[in-house]
Write a protein of this length. Structure first.
Length: 213
């Protein structure tokens, strides 16, 4: 008797017998935990049913061996743990017993978004290292996904806050200084994205030089 062969866990694989829901991609992992998971497998000739089980790599069962009868798909009844490698086995059986040496299919759930630090970002206007920048320039930066906002520091020294000190600009991606910058001045900018109470770490300052008077 053949073992059940799970389809690759990917939203790109579709056919009349494929029962994998489309899932968003988030921070490197398929979003199984928040979005639920529906698995399907090839029908095996001559079987009377299938047994499915879910466990972690350490051997802890999330779902003990469960008899599904002749169903060829299964939907998890509850969310999976974050940041965990999950092993799934589907074992066909008939009156002679279960299939032997069935291998596990492996996937990993996303990390808890409340514990993942946001990424740093960079300014794109003016470009880092630019010179002869107008003193009334707009300051703009690259957007970062999965954040609640950005904290902006602007100074005349590296890492300094002489011009703007820890100003929360929210989800915006630009800032217009309330006053013109000083002529012929190197200006340092740090944009720190945050998510809840978590802030991006080790974000470096970037600088540009304003035009001479």
């Amino acid at each position: 008797m053949y073992c059940g062969n799970l389809y690759q866990l990917s939203h790109r694989n579709k056919s009349a017998r494929l029962y994998v829901v489309e899932l968003p991609y988030e921070r490197g992992y398929w979003c199984f935990r928040k979005c639920g998971l529906l698995l399907g497998w090839d029908e095996v000739p001559g079987v009377e049913g299938y047994i499915i089980s879910f466990q972690t790599e350490s051997g802890e069962f999330i779902l003990p061996e469960t008899d599904l009868g002749i169903l060829t798909s299964f939907s998890l009844p509850e969310a999976l743990p974050y940041a965990t490698s999950i092993l799934v086995a589907v074992t066909p059986y008939n009156s002679e017993g279960g299939a032997v040496a069935c291998t596990f299919s492996l996937f990993r759930t996303q990390a808890d978004p409340e514990t993942v630090l946001p990424d740093c970002t960079e300014i794109n206007l003016p470009l880092p290292g630019a010179t002869n920048v107008t003193i009334n320039t707009l300051i703009r930066w690259n957007t970062v996904s999965n954040v609640d906002g950005h904290v902006l520091n602007i100074g005349t020294t590296e890492g300094g806050t002489e011009i703007l000190d820890n100003f929360d600009v929210g989800l915006g991606a630009s800032y217009e200084p309330e006053q013109n910058l000083t002529f012929d001045q190197e200006v340092f900018v740090i944009v720190v994205p945050y998510l809840g109470t978590l802030r991006a770490e080790n974000c470096t300052s970037q600088s540009f030089v304003t035009v001479a008077e």
